[in-house]
Ligand binder design. Sequence first.
Ligand code: CA
Length: 229
Amino acid sequence: MANHTILVVEDEERVQQLVKLYLEKEGFTVDMAFDGKEAVKKARSGLPDLILLDIMLPEMDGWEVCKELRKTMSTPIIMLTARGDEFDRVMGLELGADDYIAKPFSPREMVARVKAVLRRTAAGAQNGSKVLDFNELCINYTSRTVEIKGNIIEMPPKEFELLWFLAGHCGQVFSREQLLHSIWGYSYVGDPRTVDTHIKRLREKLTQAREVCSIKTVWGYGYKFEVVG
Ligand code: CA
C-alpha cells in the first residue's frame, strides 16, 4: 500500500487531522482539500489513488464533487457522511462512489476500508486478459472503452465494471447481492435497485449488439451475460 496518495476532502479540521494521522501511520501520502471546488481541482491535478470525500462541504457538496469527478475519472471514492440512511447510500452508489463510511467512524475501520477499496480496484486492473472480444462487441479494460460495431459507447465507471464482470463470467448467473458485493464491494447487504438501474442502462446501450450478446434476467435469481448463437 506504500506510495499511494489519498486525497482527504473534509472541512472539519479535527476529523481531517485524525484521518491524516492514521493514513500517514500506514505509509500513505496524504493530500488535503477543505472545500468541494478545491477537491475537484486537486483530484484533477494530483491524480490521487483514492479520494475520501465528506458530503457536507462548503462551495460544492460531496455529491456534486463525486458527480463532477465521475465525468472524467474512475479514481476510487469513499464517501464520508454523518447521515447513515438508505437514501444516502443508494444515491452514493448511483453517483459512482465505491464505498461509504458513516460518521462517527473508528480510524482503524476507515484505514481497513481504504485498503479494501485499493485492493479491489487493483485486482480489477490485473484481471488477467485486458480485452474481451465478442466480434461486434469489444470491451477493453486497459482503456476502459466499449466498442459496438466500431463505435465507442459512453459508459460511466460502475456500468463499465458491471459489464466487464458479467461478460468476463459469460453464462454464469449472479444474484443482485453478488453483483453488489463484487462491483460495489459493500460488506453489508446493499440495495438491489442499484443493480437493476445499472443493468437497465447497460441493456439500452447493448441493444445495438443484440445479435451478438445480451444480459438475461434469470427470474428469482439474478442476471447473466449471454452470447447469442
Ligand atoms: Ca463536513
